[in-house]
Design a protein around this ligand. Sequence first.
Ligand code: MSP
Length: 670
Amino acid sequence: MDQKKFYITTPIYYPSDKLHIGHTYCTVATDAMARYKRLQGYNVKFLTGTDEHGQKIELKAKEAGVTPQQFVDNIVEGPKGVKDLWKLMNISYDRFIRTTDDYHVAAIQKIFKKMYEKGDIYKGTYKGKYCTPCESFWTESQLVNGCCPDCGRPVVDAEEEAYFFRLSKYADRVRDLLVNTDFLLPRSRVNEMVHNFIDPGLEDLCVSRTSFKWGIPVDFDPKHVVYVWIDALFNYTTALGFMNDKYPDSDYETFWPADVHFIGKEIVRFHSIIWPAMLMSMDMPLPKHVYGHGWLLLDGGKMSKSKGNVVDPYLLAERYSADALRYFLLRDFPFGSDGNFSNELLINRINMDLANDLGNLLSRTTAMADKYFGGTLPTDQAEGPEDAALLEKVGGLRARYEADMEAYAFQNALADVFEVIDNANKYIDATAPWVLAKNEDTKPRLARVLYNLAETLRVCTVLLQPFMPDTCEKIFAQLGVDDSLKTWDSAAAVGSMPANATLHKGENIFPRIDTAKELVELEALEAAQKAAAQAANAPAEEPKAEAAAASAELIGDHEAEISFDDFCKVELRVAEVRACERMKESKKLLHLTVFDGERERCILSGIAKWFAPEDLIGKKIGIVANLAPRPMMKGKYVSEGMIFAADTDVDGGCSIAFFPDSTPAGARIH
Ligand code: MSP
């Protein structure tokens, strides 16, 4: 019989900066799924890579004074680059695609031409609102108060020649795909796509650009470069040899369509509307599933380099091990939803699950086998009343785990395994091996207890392999099992270990971490890293800007001039006060929860002397929305903005600017 195949992909990452923990999260999840399918005996192809074209990269390279190719080469292949990170995280990808690879470039040109020849790509005129300083086109609906959403400056009507893809032609088929099949997962993402994008009417998509050069030229009209999303999405097929000679066509035949694309929720639109429509145009089969996972948030907001609030996976993996980080990411955050990252959660999870539950079970089991039997269990063993419940749990574990893995519910699959580990620890307490060891007559019972513990650990370890591959090898070594006892089949065959198993007392796999001390050290390390990064990125005139800011503070109320460009950097927005409370920690401060049009954020404001919470709740206020988040009260709170308030008299009165209720939260203030 043919071996079953499984093709899984990550998004291809923009190498515009070093990758952070959010990118790592998606890749680790994909890796766990790929390893799980390999464990089940599938012929797996796991693809990842980098999406290297586009204006942003062109600009970044210019800022860095290097060519775009040099820029991306450094981020992808250079020290602590993308490939280094995946090595550190033990990512078992089979193929790595870079969209600047020659074979991909040539294939994209052919694909573009094919859709053009079919009539699905046509030349037209792109009309839009153009921001000259940003060199960007915007649609009417993207403008904020009629101005450029990026810099806030006025835009002008402009048009340019461009190629368009007939997305509208495929609207009905795509709608049907989303509504009537399980193509897009989790199901909760379908409504948003259908109601926000398809039902209002899908417009044809502009698929070429002439305003920058760093892209794949349209070969029959080279002043145009191919829109970066077309270039990017087809990576999933060019990496299998589609329309190129780098890889054999047979890979495409074997592995396409993909079983699942794992992607983050903000790129679901591209993968669930544009991607299937283009595949339909090319008469290619559609991927079986697209899974849009949630984001890892920091202090409630999305991580981004530009906000300076990213978590460095290198630091964490080097400090706690890749396996601990992998485990934490997939255990703590339900895959389909957003989750708030914190160092404290990470350390608690390592201590609770890995050091206490798993680590202790292993060290207690191997230490007792060593102490009472010199490592090798005697074959004379006696069952006892405590055994049935544990063995039943272990016996059903693989099926429960499989159901969760098939639903991409990694957190539940891990919870299943750790429930059994917990049962095993309780089984030790219930059977009290140290009491059994005191009497020769109860030694057979002792041997059985230790055998059951070793067998429970073995089955759990088989199933933990996709998540913590290195650790599992260490555990297997301590359990003394050979390869035949590490397989998927063996996880459903409880009692497979030989009765006279030899266990080896070994190193402590996850030493306990002193949480309080560690948090302080981590914070200091992260602050040092951030300062170093800021110093390295600071433009030459930064000291001047700092000096200007300092002198502005000194001058107090009086005007210190700033340039228009500096002013444009300040993001002033209308926010709705959703909640407001006095704080037990401070008489001066109010704790506001405001909605900024996209998300809720916390702002601590020193206005408690003049305003009661009920004066503010439901009101529309102005905030500075892009202030760096500021930890307050020893880090217990993080204030994410400032509200507009005016000093009203010499002894310190205060008033607040309220906007009319009809002003939408998120509206930009100019
Ligand atoms: N290049 C495109 C993808 C093209 S795929 C044909 C892209 N790149 S990206 O680098 O910006 O993002 C890659 C992936 O990282 C996205 O799926 C995105 O959701 C994910 N993440 C980036 N930050 C994240 C978090 N904070 N949390 C979880 N994943 C997030 O988009």
